[in-house]
Design a protein around this ligand. Structure first.
Ligand code: JFZ
Length: 413
């Protein structure tokens, strides 16, 4: 059965992840000690006591935060949805919560609700707002789980009833339509508890999707491991959560920024295998998005403006082109998009038997000739030569149009 509730998400293909919380203030360093791990785990990794970590709230005043700038960044990059950490493992709510004063409005000098500001801006700009919510780990609540520690003796039910469930209710009632809830690290959560949370979400917002990490195989789609791209198309709906450097939360010392070339390759690779790409930014303690992120996202946005048709709502080709190492394929009814990343002399594709109607460079509509050939052994191929002059792009997309009802990539055998 076709799942209509996720249709927008299937077509969106590209979303923005935002990891932002008190940990952004520490930027990977506490009392002169640096964490070697991802920055949002600092409370756990450096064993910062709850009472000490709590004190960060009094210093958190990210006045540079601008929902308008962030939503514009997502939109200009070609991203269709935003998933922001409403509460990460540290237990701090980044929105106005009634059930715990440990939240950005009540516990910080900032006093603003960034989630509300984002909700209003997303609504205006046509971006789907979604929430990350750490349902099992909560290092602030005495009954929340914590990885790598003995969780014996905790009353997880009490935490569910007094924090997790009431907060999810708030998130689903205070901010309009929510695209999805990105649950994470299910740990010891039982099948019944995962099911209960999923039913809670759907009872308040029937169209809200739940991520794979709700646990116990109950997600509406599958989240791969972080930054993990499968080698072959996966069945069903899936998403790759990914970082631009090597941390989610802001970390001053992590300067290993991936290039726009690398990120775009990842996006196209993922879409060519049927998945979504959820690419992260980690604003700093003042609310600024790191310059390097803004820069590469800008370059991806340039590509998306001219070539978005080859990404949104596009599918893997039904026949997987194993022997090609210079690029990737995406397609839709009647069209194949050939994504050429490497500097190759001409585009030669074996094992394709369709008769093209016309071909052109997607970005500027330069017409191209496709020479089709079938050998007496029955091998069919396409050869496409480049025009004399062409626009320089990280990924030059060639669109080849065929008869709409013709199945594609079926080699004659
Ligand atoms: C989790 C979080 O612990 C982390 O802080 C961040 O929010 C990230 C997006 O998700 O980390 C994970 C969870 C699952 C896997 C890897 C990292 N996994 O399944 O490979």
């Amino acid at each position: 059965m076709k799942d209509c509730k996720q249709q927008w998400w299937k077509e969106a293909k590209f979303g923005m992840f935002i990891h932002w919380g008190l940990y952004a203030l520490l930027a990977g360093e506490y009392n002169g000690k640096k964490t070697s791990n991802i920055a949002e785990w600092i409370m756990h990794d450096l064993s910062i006591p709850v009472e000490e970590y709590e004190k960060l709230a009094a210093r958190f005043n990210p006045t540079a935060f601008s929902a308008q700038r962030i939503v514009k960044l997502a939109k200009d990059t070609g991203m269709k949805y935003i998933v922001i950490t409403s509460k990460h493992h540290d237990g701090f709510a980044m929105y106005k919560s009634q059930c715990s004063r440990y939240n950005i409005v009540d516990a910080t000098p900032f006093g603003r609700d960034p989630i509300k500001e984002l909700a209003e801006e997303c609504e205006k700009e046509g971006i789907k707002l979604c929430f990350y919510y750490s349902q099992a780990q909560d290092w602030h609540d005495p009954n929340g789980f914590e990885e790598g520690t003995d969780n014996e003796g905790k009353d997880f039910r009490k935490y569910l009833d007094e924090k997790c469930i009431p907060q999810l209710r708030e998130l689903l009632t205070q901010y309009g339509d929510i695209g999805l809830i990105w649950f994470d690290t299910p740990m010891g959560i039982t099948y019944e508890q995962s099911k209960e949370l999923k039913e809670l979400v759907h009872s308040i917002q029937p169209n809200c999707i739940v991520s794979g990490r709700i646990g116990n195989d109950l997600g509406d789609y599958m989240s791969t491991g972080d930054n993990f791209i499968p080698l072959l198309p996966y069945e069903g709906d899936w998403e790759v959560p990914a970082t631009i450097n090597n941390t989610w939360g802001y970390k001053k010392t992590d300067l290993r920024w991936k290039s726009a070339d690398k990120l775009l390759r990842n996006l196209v690779k993922i879409v060519s295998r049927g998945g979504n790409y959820l690419l992260n930014i980690g604003p700093d303690g003042e609310g600024n998005v790191p310059e390097e992120s803004v820069k590469v996202l800008g370059q991806i946005g340039e590509f998306m403006r001219l070539n978005g048709e080859s990404i949104y709502g596009a599918h893997p080709v039904p026949f997987y082109p194993y022997d090609i190492d210079w690029g990737y394929f995406t397609c839709r009814k009647g069209k194949i998009y050939i994504h050429v990343f490497d500097d190759i002399e001409d585009v030669y594709i074996l094992n394709i038997a369709n008769t093209p109607k016309r071909a052109y460079i997607l970005a500027d509509h330069t017409p191209l000739q496709v020479v089709t050939r079938t050998t007496c052994e029955g091998d069919s191929s396409w050869r496409i030569a480049w025009p004399e002059k062409r626009m320089k792009q990280i990924d030059t997309v060639i669109c080849v149009e065929m008869e709409e009802d013709e199945p594609i990539f079926e080699p004659i055998r």
